[in-house]
Design a protein around this ligand. Structure first.
Ligand code: 16G
Length: 248
């Protein structure tokens, strides 16, 4: 079965939007219908869909524009679930992978374990109100958190599980933010075109002096902004610098 016309049109527009700066004006329904040979109703549905996803914004009497980022990611040790709820969005996830992988050199250095030792890899597509927001790849110590694979992380918050079920007390974290290009394999899930710009947030978090989590979160750059609360606090962590710089 082929996708309805308005979906195809929305996909096409989504790709354009991914490459357009915030505030770029988009063609009107009439213009779009003329340009692409679809009915005005189809053009309207496609635009409606993108407005609903927060990619476009309608301004009465002015037109439709590439929206400002709808979600701002705070630079704090909070979870995706909390961040989204705090902003009035309903968080959800699609599980992409959950299982042990052998630690490569990078992972081994981050966790101070032997190369080849099993570590849990949890990969999820994170969504807000059903709209893809990020792909998160989390590495966790299998020996410190045995049985993590019994959880349904499509439903569960990783931080809730770690804190409540495994007694983790996050005491420090470090995060590096870098610009990148979306991996081909991630483009479709994130609903961006291949080659689109992304922001990668690499987080290492520490509990009781040990690194417990190493997560890379990949956000489409066109939809996000980052905000940091500036506080006069010095966090003393023991995070290996290489962990934050390397790519997984
Ligand atoms: C946030 C964290 C990520 C953590 C996840 C847990 C950033 C950049 N990253 O996305 O490191 O694994 O929350 O989310 O903020 P959860 O508890 O909702 O599963």
């Amino acid at each position: 079965m082929t996708a309805p016309k308005y979906r195809e049109l929305a996909d096409m527009l989504r790709k354009r939007i991914a490459q357009s700066p915030i505030g770029t004006s988009t063609p009107s329904e009439r213009q779009l219908a003329e340009d692409t040979g679809v009915s005005r109703m189809t053009a309207r549905r496609a635009i409606d869909e993108l407005v609903k996803e927060g990619l476009l914004t309608r301004e009465v009497g002015r037109g439709t524009f590439v929206a400002r980022p709808t979600v701002s990611v705070p630079l704090q040790l909070t979870s995706f679930t909390e961040d989204m709820r705090a902003r009035g969005h309903v968080p959800s996830s699609r599980l992409l992978h959950l299982g042990d992988v052998p630690a490569n050199e990078q992972v081994a250095t981050v966790f101070s374990i032997e190369v080849g030792a099993p570590v849990m890899l949890l990969s999820r597509l994170r969504m807000a109100d059903g709209v893809p927001m990020a792909i998160e790849r989390s590495h966790l110590r299998t020996d410190v958190f045995p049985g993590l694979d019994r959880y349904d992380f499509a439903e569960e918050s990783l931080y809730r599980v770690l804190i409540e079920d495994y007694g983790v007390r996050f005491e420090a974290g470090e995060q590096v933010i870098r610009a990148g290009i979306v991996r081909d394999a991630d483009a479709e899930s994130l609903r961006v075109s291949k080659g689109a710009a992304v922001l990668e947030l690499v987080r290492v978090s520490v509990s009781r002096g040990s690194v417990v989590e190493w997560t890379t979160s990949t956000y489409p750059a066109s939809r996000f902004e980052l905000s940091a609360r500036i506080a006069p606090v010095t966090v003393q962590g023991s995070v290996p610098r290489s962990a934050l710089r390397a790519r997984d």
